[in-house]
Design a protein around this ligand. Sequence first.
Ligand code: TSJ
Length: 646
Amino acid sequence: MRALPEKVNHNSTATVIGDYGVEQIKVLEDLEAVRMRPGMYIGGTGQDGLMHLIWEIVDNAIDEHLAGSCTEIKVTVHEDNRVTVEDNGRGVPVEIHPEAGVNTLELVFTKLHTGGKFDTGGYKVSGGLHGVGASVVNALSEFLEVEVQRNGHRYYQKFSRGTPVSELKQNGSAQGTGTTVTFLPDREIFSEIKYDFARLSHRLKELAYLNPGLAIHLDNRAAGVQRRYQFEGGIAAYVKELNEGRTPLHQEVISLRDESESLSVEVAMQFTDEYDENIYSFANIINTKEGGTHLMGFKTALTRVFNEYGREKKIITQDAENLDGRDVREGLTAIVSAKLRNPQFEGQTKTKLGNPEVQERVSDIVREQLWLYFNNNPGTARLLLEKALRSQEARLAAKKARQLVRRKGLLSGTALPGKLADCAEKDPAKCEIYIVEGDSAGGSAKQGRNREFQAILPLRGKVLNVEKAAFNKLLDNKELNALITAVGTGIREGFDIERLRYHKIILMCDADIDGAHIRTLLLTFLFRNLKQLIEQGYIYIAKPPLYQVKKGRQAHYLYSDEELNTMRGNSKDGGWEVKRYKGLGEMNPAELWETTMNPEKRILKQVTINDALEAEELFKVLMGSEVGPRRDFILENSDMTTNLDI
Ligand code: TSJ
């Protein structure tokens, strides 16, 4: 556990409690510092901050698993917003700390640590994205209770806003061992307590894949939905899941791995007949969204093996150009996971692995083992090389065509879809397009918009909502083709970002289950066909208001239940008329402009790759043949403001 500066020897069961290097932690006596500036410790006091609290606690249980002492973790979100995290590890030590003079558990939950290095051995999550310690969660919780089962006893201690409100009590005997932490985020800190269940289940599932064998449960009490994740197959199984609904080009997932004292590397990969690439990288089970040296090592080795093997086997002809990384990676789904002692996290969001020594090691491992795989599976190797050559050919042809089109100035010739109400402005950087669900809302949007820079493309949701239709067929869909044409970039090897017609592509769907369904489909479609647009931050989701409140002729718009509660609390005189919007269609053009389209007032959420990935996961659930997961989705989203909502 990170918060404990004790030496843990993972090679033996003996642990010396009492050998504390107190100097290793900068003890900050006053947890008020955390309460004064929560953002400094958990990144914010909105939904992200709430998630951070949960991860902070879960990470401790994961560390216990990595230490080889925990096989099950359960996360329960109660109806009253309390969160319980429990594991079956060894239990947080409760012995008196010889220097601090208090029990170790109390120390863990009250003393701030710096998130710095702890010499715990192994490759722990420590020092990663979270790592601010359980005391921060405690400081930001109205109350926090800990139960520990250890040494045949059951121990209990309770805290409030970071300080103990009870002594450590021994109450009863215990059969097994483990730690249970229950906390309620403090309303004084978090104005609205709403957990993002899509994110919660996504990450817990990811953790289960990254820790083969570990069982992780999620119990969403309010919705009555339970999930259990356990995967013996690790990241290879993850790749298999990611490729569900795609067509793999070879049966088995290719697994490469190597472990040494200081670095463990694991790669799982499988090619499909798709056009995009999906590569995810992790360092010490932290999702390195910005990539880094492990990913670089993988990519360079992959390209090199393809070229060297292709030349040796004369699949690439002598005078042909080398394959480009993009040709090689077309249709690839892969996960690269590195575990190392002292990960350096860099980049804007500290999710880029910086350790320089990792690149060469990963590259060597991939070169050696993929070469071996190709030699042992020459049929697959040939197939993959031929695929790469075809994609190279298509890429070069498309490039030529683009140059030709540019030279001849033919670009303006593309026919725009008839349903598009385009804007007057021609500079893409100033232009926006609203993709609107439904013809009636589309009509209001056309009337309400600022036609100078806002374009409207209405899409008929029902047409999109073809359950179980093969996803590939969606490219034949007229509605989605209109979307591609309007956006202007083309797709696949014809994709050209230079031809993007709007720098804001805004999805505007109803704030109900159907709207969520359509948004999920659109995001999945974009993720699979226009991923660059998501990566480069051009895709947004508009958030329409949930309520209109009226007093006389004066109307206000509210975007969350929280705002409604606040308003009810503030205006005791009543006399307000509250209307809940059921759909965009209920708003007249002026209202739609005022609430959802006016850049000065509207709420837009920029879509991230993670959002799109979660949408894709959800998409499979919604379109799949299993009834259970679909029912769970509806249960978890019956109040659209709790969850998928933005
Ligand atoms: F952080 C926390 F306190 F909130 C928390 C810690 C929350 C949860 C859900 C679990 C844990 C936790 C801590 N689970 N398991 C542990 N293990 C230890 O702290 C531990 C136990 C025994 C020994 C030993 O060497 O005997 C060492 C450690 C680090």
